[in-house]
Design a protein around this ligand. Structure first.
Ligand SMILES: *[C@@H]1O[C@H](CO)[C@@H](O)[C@H](O)[C@H]1NC(C)=O
Ligand SMILES: *[C@@H]1O[C@H](CO)[C@@H](O)[C@H](O)[C@H]1NC(C)=O
Ligand SMILES: *[C@@H]1O[C@H](CO)[C@@H](O)[C@H](O)[C@H]1NC(C)=O
Ligand SMILES: *[C@@H]1O[C@H](CO)[C@@H](O)[C@H](O)[C@H]1NC(C)=O
Ligand SMILES: *[C@@H]1O[C@H](CO)[C@@H](O)[C@H](O)[C@H]1NC(C)=O
Ligand SMILES: *[C@@H]1O[C@H](CO)[C@@H](O)[C@H](O)[C@H]1NC(C)=O
Ligand SMILES: *[C@@H]1O[C@H](CO)[C@@H](O)[C@H](O)[C@H]1NC(C)=O
Length: 790
């Protein structure tokens, strides 16, 4: 014990040296919430440092050359480890020792020359293992995989693989899926690919091995062909009639499902294939991405037996002799057993009625992605000989159909039709009335350029897909409908719920919906799921509040609330409705604006009233005039410039007195007094104020004829207009006042302070009521106006 403790620092130093000097580790913290760390495409040369509790680690597309003993030691929680496309040449025997929880291991496309069973010793949980694309040449003979007791998916082999020996697969009881690449195989030990029980799916990529070594292929097929196994032969060349010999082994194994993928073949090979498999229980044959050099002349196999061959799945078939490909009547021996036929994306443009005649049991036809037209579909779906009477599914999606009328009249004769997929055609319109089989439940009219719906739609439908059209409204009643898909149209509102009493699911994303209300939704009596994201929502307060608080009470938004974003107002465009915060002002815009306007009007009225009451305008004008007066230079008048003795200022009210009494009395006196009256002496065409100013400047005195009326209504003008004259200054004596009637000083408005001052500081002449005193008045007046006073 003591000894060990003493040595500890040395061990630590050693560890430090290994870690610190030999190579410096990079860090990778690109991990998500599930602790999956994606470190792919990082030019890494070593396994990087990641969080210790990492669950997944993607190291694909790096430059890692080796995995050392300690590289992964700390990551005991790893479930997924992806090392696809690195430069691995070396993996330490104990590299995966602490990965007891690892479920997925991908070592594909590396440079591993030797595989070691030691790697897998602790990988008791491993379910998927990918060893494709490494230059190892041998599998076995040591039992490579026997520790992988839970393995479900195994991918092995490469173009370098030459020898396969028994290697422990026969101990694996859970293997479901196996992919083998082995174009260069030279030897294969019987039983090597046989697991403890038949594997569910086996995919073999053997390229030209069928041609080169059919015997070896036979041995492989013998091991993997079982009635439970789906066998996929891919990337192969099967041209000669000998290359199909191995399938005899498959027949013996009782294979039922056989698919050719990315394979080149010939009429000859297919004929011998059919002969070799004669009498087998084959029930499914698939041809995907198959290149057929031939014209479908397989009648040498005419007398074979394929009673169980019910399903044919053909996709992307490329026929070299396409033009000569005949009516297939010669294949009647096969056709009469078919229940399900798919011919997808294979340039099919017609099936002659003589051929469909043999499709006695057909229930399912998928002719999608072909070249059917309105004309050829009439031939293809011809029912005149009683054909197609068991058909329940018809898929003519992605063809060149244009007439919905033709299609519906053909479908009407398919008495058991349940599914009809006519999506991706170009109907544009539909007739007003149509006949349909009463059995029809599913109709797919997606992407057919429809502009308008009519009562042509079958009322028996339970699922209707109208996505990706140009529809704006929906008025047909479909009482049985449970699913309606309106995605990618131009609806402004939800369709009326009352038309669909049984609708449970409504998809209406990518339309032009502005909003939906509680009322809209509650009209759908049975609606449970709604997908209405990516619309042009108007984020009003009602809608936002309804969406946030109540929409979940009515339906489940299956497409996720994040997809519900505002379109208007502009300031909120693109914001998720859930994240929008509207202010009180925004929410109550109209009342708020009204209140504001009313308040402004009230304030204005108040100001006007106050101005009026306090004569504020008047004071303002006064101030202005006063300022002007202060600026104006004093005028010095010489007696010669004075044309008049007096300028008479009076109210219109008192005009009679002035004209009848004052003027005659003064102008006819001896000596006459020259008076200036604005009505008489003003020069026409001049501004009245200028006239007055002018007159006052040319007059020796200014005679104010004061009456109650003058004071209250006219004075104001004087104080304003003439305040800049000396006349209203108390130090100037040019003003002469005549009081026509007694005026109480208190009645003079307070703001006419100058008038008050003048009246206080100066004596004024009172017009006597009594005639006897008038001569005295006149003489006083004349004296006051006389120029030679002093
Ligand atoms: C990791 O990131 C790359 C791109 O850097 C991406 O292609 C890859 O799909 C990601 N892997 C996983 C498992 O998400
Ligand atoms: C693989 O094994 C062979 C023979 O056992 C050996 O010669 C070769 O060096 C090994 N290669 C590597 C990279 O370990
Ligand atoms: C392997 O099987 C083939 C036939 O399938 C047989 O001819 C051959 O003798 C077998 N070889 C061994 C070693 O069992
Ligand atoms: C199809 O198979 C050929 C060999 O027959 C192969 O070279 C090619 O890569 C395969 N194509 C695909 C897409 O797998
Ligand atoms: C196999 O091919 C040869 C010529 O390539 C032909 O003569 C022979 O009849 C073919 N066998 C079968 C069974 O089709
Ligand atoms: C019809 O074919 C299209 C295209 O191949 C496919 O997407 C669709 O699922 C098919 N419809 C049915 C009902 O199988
Ligand atoms: C209708 O057809 C479209 C296009 O082929 C397809 O994407 C969609 O899934 C189909 N709808 C249904 C309900 O199967």
């Amino acid at each position: 014990m003591r000894l060990l403790r003493e040595k500890e620092p040395i061990i630590l130093l050693f560890v430090f040296m290994v870690h610190g000097f030999e190579y410096s580790k990079t860090k990778c913290n690109n991990c998500d919430e599930q602790l999956f760390c994606n470190c792919s495409f990082k030019h890494l040369q070593h396994v990087p440092d990641v969080p210790l509790n990492a669950r997944g680690l993607d190291l694909s597309f790096n430059q890692i050359e080796s995995i050392r003993m300690t590289d992964l030691r700390l990551y005991t929680e790893l479930k997924t480890l992806n090392l696809h496309k690195n430069k691995l040449t070396f993996i330490h025997k104990e590299a995966f020792k602490s990965q007891a929880k690892l479920e997925v291991l991908d070592l594909s496309l590396n440079k591993l020359e030797n595989l070691s069973s030691c790697w897998f010793q602790e990988l008791k949980s491993l379910q998927q293992l990918n060893l494709l694309g490494n230059p190892y040449t041998t599998l076995g003979p040591s039992p490579l995989f026997r520790f992988l007791v839970n393995l479900r998916t195994l991918q092995i082999g490469s173009h370098s693989l030459k020898e396969v020996y028994k290697n422990g697969l026969d101990e694996l009881a859970h293997l479901d899926e196996m992919t083998v690449v082995g174009s260069s195989l030279k030897s294969y030990e019987n039983g090597s690919f046989q697991a403890a029980r038949p594997i569910g799916l086996v995919s073999l990529s053997l390229q030209s091995l069928f041609e080169k070594d059919p015997e070896l292929v036979s041995k492989i097929l013998q091991d993997v062909s079982h009635s439970e196994t789906v066998l996929i032969i891919r990337d192969s060349i099967i041209r000669s009639n000998t290359s199909t010999e191995p399938f005899k082994a498959s027949k013996e194994g009782g294979i039922r499902s056989l698919t050719f993928l990315n394979t080149t073949t010939t009429d000859e090979a297919i004929t011998t294939l059919l002969l070799n498999l004669d009498g087998s229980p084959l029930s499914y044959i698939g041809l995907e991405d198959v290149h057929l050099v031939g014209q479908g002349w397989w009648q040498k196999a005419e007398f074979t037996h394929y009673e169980n061959l019910h399903t044919v799945y053909i996709r992307n078939l490329d026929i070299q002799g396409f033009i000569k490909f005949s009516s297939m009547i010669q294949l009647a021996f096969l056709l009469k057993n078919f229940h399900k036929v798919s011919v997808i994306n294979s340039m099919l443009f017609v099936i002659p009625r003589q051929t469909t005649f043999f499709l006695l049991h057909i229930e399912y036809l998928d002719f999608s992605q072909n070249l059917l037209t309105d004309l050829t579909i009439q031939e293809t779906l011809f029912t005149g000989f009683g054909q197609l009477q068991n058909l329940n599914t018809l898929n003519v999606s992605q063809n060149s159909l244009k007439s919905f009328e033709v299609l519906s009249s053909l479908a009407a004769n398919l008495k058991k039709l349940i599914h009809l997929d006519v999506s991706h055609n170009r109907f544009v319109s539909m007739p007003e009335k149509c006949h349909w089989p009463v059995t029809l439940r599913f109709l797919n009219l997606s992407n057919t350029k429809l502009l308008r719906l009519t009562p042509c739609l079958p009322s028996s439908l339970t699922v209707l897909d109208l996505s990706e059209n140009d529809l704006k409204s929906f008025h047909q009643r479909l009482p049985k409908l449970t699913t309606l898909i309106l995605t990618g149209n131009r609806f402004l509102n939800l369709p009326q719920g009352g038309l669909f009493p049984n609708l449970g699911t409504l998809l209406i994303q990518r339309n032009a919906l502005r909003m939906f209300t509680r009322k809209d939704l509650s009209r759908f009596k049975n609606l449970r799921f709604l997908e209405a994201g990516t619309n042009n929502f108007l984020c009003s307060c009602e809608f936002v509040s309804f969406f946030r608080n109540h929409v979940d009470d009515l339906v489940t938004l299956r497409d996720g609330r994040r997809n519900y974003a505002c379109d208007t107002p502009f300031s909120l465009r693109g914001d998720a409705i859930d994240s929008v915060r509207l202010s009180v002002f925004e929410c109550y815009m109209i009342p708020a604006v009204s209140t504001l306007c009313a308040a402004i009007i009230l304030v204005l009225i108040g100001m006007v009233v106050t101005c009026h009451k306090l004569h504020i305008i008047w004071y303002l004008q006064m101030t202005k005039a006063w300022i002007q007066a202060k600026r104006k230079p004093a005028v010095s008048r010489s007696p010669d410039e004075l044309r008049y003795d007096a300028f008479v200022s009076y109210s219109q009210h008192d005009a009679e007195w002035v004209e009848e009494i004052l003027v005659p009395n003064l102008e006819n006196a001896q000596p006459p007094v020259a008076l200036c009256l604005h009505q008489r002496d003003f020069r026409p065409g001049r501004w009245i104020v200028d006239n007055i100013i002018d007159s006052i400047e040319k007059s020796h005195r200014t005679l104010f004829v004061l009456s109650e009326h003058f004071v209250t209504s006219e004075w104001c003008r004087y104080e304003l207009d003439f305040s800049h004259f000396r006349i209203v200054d108390e130090h100037n004596d040019s003003a002469v006042l005549i009081l026509l009637e007694p005026i109480e000083k208190e009645t003079i408005p307070k703001r006419f302070c100058k008038l008050r001052k003048i009246m206080n500081s100066r004596t004024y002449l009172e017009w006597p009521e009594d005639e006897d005193n008038r001569s005295e008045f006149w003489s006083n007046l004349k004296a006051a106006l006389s120029r030679e006073q002093c």
